[in-house]
Every structure is written in C-alpha cells, then in structure tokens.
Design a protein around this ligand. Sequence first.
Ligand SMILES: C[S@@+](CC[C@H](N)C(=O)[O-])C[C@H]1O[C@@H](n2cnc3c(N)ncnc32)[C@H](O)[C@@H]1O
Length: 291
Amino acid sequence: MRSTFPILSLLIGAASAFRPSSLPSLRPASLSRLRTPAQNRRPSSNMLLRMQTPTLIEQQTKDDKAEVAEYFNTVGFDRWNKIYSESTEVNKVQLDIREGHQQTVDRVLQWLDQDRAGKPLTESVCDAGCGVGSLSLPLLERGASVYATDISAAMVEEAEARAKSLLVNGGHRRGRFETKDLESLGGSYDTVMCIDVMIHYPTEKMEEMVMKLASLADRRLIISFAPDTWYYSLLKKVGEFFPGPSKTTRAYLHEEGRVKAALAKAGFTVRRDHMTATNFYFSRLFEAVRQ
Ligand SMILES: C[S@@+](CC[C@H](N)C(=O)[O-])C[C@H]1O[C@@H](n2cnc3c(N)ncnc32)[C@H](O)[C@@H]1O
C-alpha cells in the first residue's frame, strides 16, 4: 500500500506543519494530518492485488503527478513558498522543516565549494524539481549556468522572480526557468540535482526516475530521498492511525540500497553522502559520479 502522509519533500511529519491549529505537538499525530479523506480509505485485498499490475502502477503515477502538480500550484505553493523563505507566518513544525531543508541545501553547497576551491562555479546544472529556487539561486550566484525546472508553474515563476530580484550582477541571466515534468527533460548537464522530489515517486517508479536523471548527467548526480528505515516506516504507520482532513500529496520512502542499485545500474557510484534529520524533516543525500 502506498503511503499517504503529508507532503513534503522529505518531511514526514509535516502534516501538522500545515494545520497548526488542529495539531497536537506529538509527531505521530502530525504525520496523520497529511492524509486526505480519500487517502484514508483502506484498500481491499482485491484492490491490493490489482495495484500490482503495471497498468495500475502507471495510472497511479499519473494520478500522483497530477495531484502533485495541482498541489504545488495551489495550497502547496502557499505553504512551501513560506517554508522556503524567511516568512514569519510559519508554525513550529514548518520552521523545523525549513531548518532541515536548509541543512540539506547547505550540505550540497559545501560539497561544491570544497571542489571549486574559491574559483567560480563554471559547470552547467539541471535543477530538476527546483521548487522556489532554494538551490538554483545560490548556484547561479556562484557562477553556474542553471536550468531550473519544476512540474509546478507557480514554483518555477517564484524561482525566476526570486532570481531576478535577489541576484545582483545579472546572475539570473545564467538561469533558464521552465515548467516541466522531470520525465520529459532533455539535454545534458555537468551536474543534475534533484532535491526532495523523490518522495513524490512510488517505489516502482524510483529506478526509472533515477535512470532518467542519470541520462541527463555527464558527470554527477546529486539526489535526496526520505529513507525507508524501520524507524521512519513505523513513524508513518503510527501517523496513519490519526487521519486528518489536510489537503496534501502522497509521500513515499525509499530503501537506500535500492536507490544505490538504481544509481549503479545507471553507471553511477555514490562518492559523498549525508543524512539530515530534524524532528520533522528526514532526507538522505547522495552525490553520485559516473563510474
Ligand atoms: C518539496 S519541493 C523541493 C523543491 C526543491 N528541490 C528544493 O529542495 O527546494 C518538491 C518539488 O518537486 C516538484 N516535483 C514533484 N514531482 C515532479 C516532477 N515529476 N517533475 C518536476 N518537478 C516535480 C514539486 O512541484 C515541488 O516543487
């Protein structure tokens, strides 16, 4: 059965983040708030059987993507735009997620800064699922050419607007912003980044997603995902006992070994890794390079 807590990109317990007034301070309760009433229906064993068929998996992925795009163009945009900013209109959970996400972004930048050793960043980067540009902007600032794309037009527009207003010396001109499903991306880039997006991909589609991203990367792939460990799985199950009405997207955890295997199949090997874990944000980060 696919999981259905809240949204985030790795935030697993953010449900509460979205409905501050209705949420107890316990993490399991917060997890539950991310489910819509429809998502709370338990599938029958018959349904579970049918869910195994490729056709259904494809349909499920289409539904997921349509849901994700709609969410990040509407209520999700408002929420995440605040989380990924300095807005004071966030509750404690959202603040925790903001801090966790910033740690992930900072770690990616730290790796790049170590490598460039004070020189400008001259590489081309594709930031797939760029959101509001939390990573694209500092990359542009450092000199990279960035192709920033997202399935949500609202997120991409915000990313471009931030680049124009925040980057000095025409840094935004090295950026190209486009609304695009990552599965339809083309071209080749020194580095492809995809941060906190895999949570929207079902297990069955994860390998395909990694292969697609790898096909665009000449040299390096930097990806993150919510790890499927006994602890986070338990947390998620506990959350499912507390259904709530908050409008969210489904969220999927991924086994680290399977992500590594998908990378190996695509010809990449993990060179650096990191785990960010705050109270409500969990993200495993890999930098993988061509073998
Ligand atoms: C939690 S946000 C992370 C944004 C950004 N990567 C960051 O770390 O700041 C997840 C983003 O993935 C985008 N997304 C989800 N599925 C996508 C897909 N198939 N193609 C492109 N973007 C996608 C969403 O619209 C959303 O902006």
